[in-house]
Design a protein around this ligand. Sequence first.
Ligand SMILES: C[S@@+](CC[C@H](N)C(=O)[O-])C[C@H]1O[C@@H](n2cnc3c(N)ncnc32)[C@H](O)[C@@H]1O
Length: 185
Amino acid sequence: MAFNTDKIANGLMENYKNLFSPLQYKKISILEIGILEGESLLYWDDYFKHSETVIVGLDLNLPQVEFAERVKVFACNQNNNEHLSEVAEKFGPFDIIIDDGSHFRKETENCFEVLFPYVAVGGYYVIEDWAAGYWRDRPLYAGMVELVSDIIIRIPELSICESRIILEKNKALAFFRKGATGWQE
Ligand SMILES: C[S@@+](CC[C@H](N)C(=O)[O-])C[C@H]1O[C@@H](n2cnc3c(N)ncnc32)[C@H](O)[C@@H]1O
């Protein structure tokens, strides 16, 4: 099956598959911010095999796509804390949260602050395309690199047990894995 998400075009999906293969047949809960045409949600629905896995998507606008029963989509602004918390209370804790939404600092930071507490121990919080912050000719994305740096500084306080930065031409991902304790213990 072909899926028209830039995660495949830019090679990020290979990184995701390396990371998530231990979860492929487990019952998990995944939340992706940024649905666009729904292709990444369709991909996750195909990739994660457990029938009780739940795949949640959020976006300002929802595409005209008939998703499977286990794929739940919500029209939700990344800045709407009340709505974000409502969705997280209903479907969390999440084994995976991927922020592939606006890629603006304010929104990305807001989602991290509201949603990181809803990552399960052992789960992943992923910020995609954070390197847009290097594009000095597009100030809308300013602050994204600093946001990732700020989270790295807070790793002990956030009980993050593992983190990786993937940065190549045209692809960027930063993941933060929640531990029962921080990386030092
Ligand atoms: C890069 S696209 C998502 C691509 C999709 N994840 C995929 O891999 O096919 C980014 C999406 O973020 C959404 N978005 C932008 N700002 C947002 C906001 N403030 N709240 C919610 N979604 C937002 C856009 O509507 C757009 O659909």
